[in-house]
Design a protein around this ligand. Structure first.
Ligand code: PGA
Length: 260
């Protein structure tokens, strides 16, 4: 895992966006896994800026979102369909037919989840998956004790996740209790993973995910099993890591490393 620490959220977001842009510049028809939540907003804003000002082209891109709340219609302001449209899709040139977001309103969740997994395979797999992390260490909505081999499925959200996300709703009772989420196993099949975290309330989860044992109690720790992970943090999210000097040393020495 490559751990990249920047002092501010803005700097961290710029690094994250550049990592995505590098994938896209190498492979214009990349398949990008998208995440919602406050964390990736800075990355999306920077990618939109690159699209507008530098011509970063999304015309051949396909996207798959990690998750969606169950029960919210797609046009509900807090649905992840609305979120993605508002913060990213309406600002770039991804063909609408190439955008996949799990359905929170299907009548057959099992069939939908199987179809979603198949669509990812048909698209050739995900080239880079963007991830946030929950304060309970979840990736997507894979709450503690989710199988590290799990696939896309219906999940019951943890109380802590409902409390964390209540800030987006009028009252906590309005937060959905269930979600459709890609599984940890689904996420680990992406060729490259980019996990982002900022703020003190993520510091413990990040320390557990990066330096703790691999455990389904912190599903983000499964990323230790993946061969190509970049972890972009601000200083607050990195504050409980014990090996910061080493991570910074590796970054500092990178330009001099032998070319692969
Ligand atoms: P956040 O959510 O970016 O809004 O903090 C992250 C997550 O729950 O995965």
């Amino acid at each position: 895992m490559e751990v990249i620490i920047r002092s501010t959220y803005e700097e961290m977001s710029k690094v994250g966006a550049q990592i995505v842009a590098d994938v896209l510049n190498t492979k214009p028809n990349s398949v990008i896994g998208m995440a919602t939540g406050s964390t990736p907003l800075g990355v999306y804003a920077e990618l939109v800026r690159m699209h507008r000002e530098e011509g970063l082209d999304f015309s051949q891109v396909t996207t798959f979102n990690l998750d969606e709340y169950v029960g919210l219609p797609t046009d509900h302001p807090q649905s992840y369909h609305s979120f993605m449209h508002e913060h990213f899709f309406q600002h770039v040139n991804i063909p609408p037919q190439n955008i996949y977001i799990p359905s929170g309103t299907t009548s057959n969740y099992n069939a939908f989840c199987e179809w979603y997994e198949q669509r990812i395979l048909d698209a050739g797999g995900i080239d880079i998956q963007i991830l946030g992390i929950g304060s309970d260490g979840h990736i997507a909505f894979n709450e503690p004790m989710s199988s590290l081999a799990s696939r896309t499925r219906l999940k019951t959200l943890a109380r802590s996740t409902i409390e964390d996300n209540a800030r987006f709703f009028d009252k906590i009772e309005d937060v959905p209790i269930y979600a459709i989420t890609m599984g940890v196993g689904t996420i680990l099949e992406a060729r490259e993973l980019l996990i982002l975290a900022n703020g003190k309330n993520k510091a413990a989860a990040i320390a557990g995910a990066i330096e703790g044992p691999v455990t389904s109690m912190i599903t983000a720790s499964a990323l230790q099993l993946h061969p190509s992970v970049k972890c972009c943090l601000d200083a607050d999210a990195a504050s409980e890591l014990t090996m910061i000097d080493y991570y910074d040393w590796v970054q500092e020495k990178k330009p001099g490393a032998p070319r692969l």
